[in-house]
Design a protein around this ligand. Structure first.
Ligand code: F1P
Length: 305
């Protein structure tokens, strides 16, 4: 099978463009129309998405709530609890065409204020949402999402009031630092969220490994790892933590033969390192990350008008 070199892939180019996209998002977060479209302090908010966008929703929801800005839930769009009362629903969608997201926005119309953060303007999600924050500069040709998702989360983090310049520098470092050669040869990948908001990032890291490289990849809150998942760890396992790990977990992983990775970098920048790892593992296995097996850029189900 012919595979492109990493340098020729859309996926690789999009991964490498993340620091530039993040800088644009940080600036955009200060625009008055963006500030007006995103949740105000004190609002009770639900954030929805599918796949990668759901995991970014999880990370944002926990960050917003922990910042004291209001109760914030995250849901896979397919599981939205219509019986609950929210002041605003935020939808994340790169494509703007995902059926489950469209269904929620259609049902909420005229009842709850909605905001969509999207990659592709002029799509059904932009027509259904009351307010739209377009990030078309971060849209992607790749099926496997990288930069749209992280750019949306940077925008949302900036809107929460975080200062993100160091995060961008961390991402630049994650792009240029060589990946240890043995990481890509792991047989099994476990990603852990060291702090509540990073569990969504860990889930996204595992999804990236599955989508791009067909790897056996799992994710958990870090403290849950001892409650069962440790059973699968052996000499072929990589255990990678995002954020601060529980004390002693590194020793527990080492004791069962796993390779432990924990770095003092912003967890979103660590996700960039996993993006690179996913491409590297795919290529080692003779796969083309630009044409992932069984996936499409957006899931559009039959019957979607
Ligand atoms: C998100 C998504 C991707 C997934 C797949 C289908 O869609 O679920 O995360 O990798 O390719 O689409 P979107 O609503 O963000 O466009």
């Amino acid at each position: 099978m012919h595979t492109s070199s990493a340098a020729q892939l859309h996926t690789t180019a999009e991964i490498a463009s993340q620091p530039d996209c993040w800088r644009r998002a940080i600036t955009l977060a200060e625009e008055p129309e963006v500030v007006a479209a995103l949740p105000a302090a004190g609002e009770r908010v639900a954030v929805i998405g599918c796949g990668t966008s759901w995991f970014m929703a999880q990370a944002y929801a926990r960050l917003r709530e922990d910042a004291g800005l209001g109760e914030t839930d995250a849901f896979a769009a397919s599981e939205f609890p219509f019986g609950r009362k929210y002041d605003r629903v935020v939808a994340l969608s790169r494509s703007g065409t995902t059926t489950e997201v469209i269904d929620v926005l259609r049902k909420l119309r005229s009842n709850v204020p909605t905001t969509a953060v999207i990659g592709a303007p002029g799509t059904p999600v932009t027509e259904l949402a009351d307010q739209v924050v377009p990030l078309e500069f971060a849209d992607e040709r790749s099926v496997v999402q990288t930069r749209f998702a992280t750019t949306a989360l940077v925008l949302l983090r900036a809107h929460l009031g975080e200062s993100l310049e160091r995060v961008v520098l961390d991402a630049e470092q994650a792009l240029f630092e060589p990946l240890a050669a043995d990481l890509a040869r792991s047989e099994q990948f476990t990603f852990l969220g060291g702090t509540a908001w990073t569990t969504g990032l860990a889930a996204e890291a595992a999804l990236k490994m599955r989508e791009a490289s067909l790897s056996w990849a799992e994710s958990y809150p870090a403290a849950e790892y001892r409650h069962g998942p440790i059973a699968i760890t052996d000499e072929g396992s990589l255990v990678w933590v995002f954020g601060t790990p529980p004390v002693g977990l590194d020793l527990d992983v080492a004791a069962v033969g796993g390779r432990w990775v924990a770095r003092d970098r912003d967890p979103l920048a660590e996700l960039v390192a996993v993006h690179r790892l996913a491409v590297e593992v795919a290529q080692l296995r003779g796969l083309d990350p630009d044409t992932p097996r069984n996936l499409t850029r957006s899931v559009i189900l039959d019957g979607t008008p």
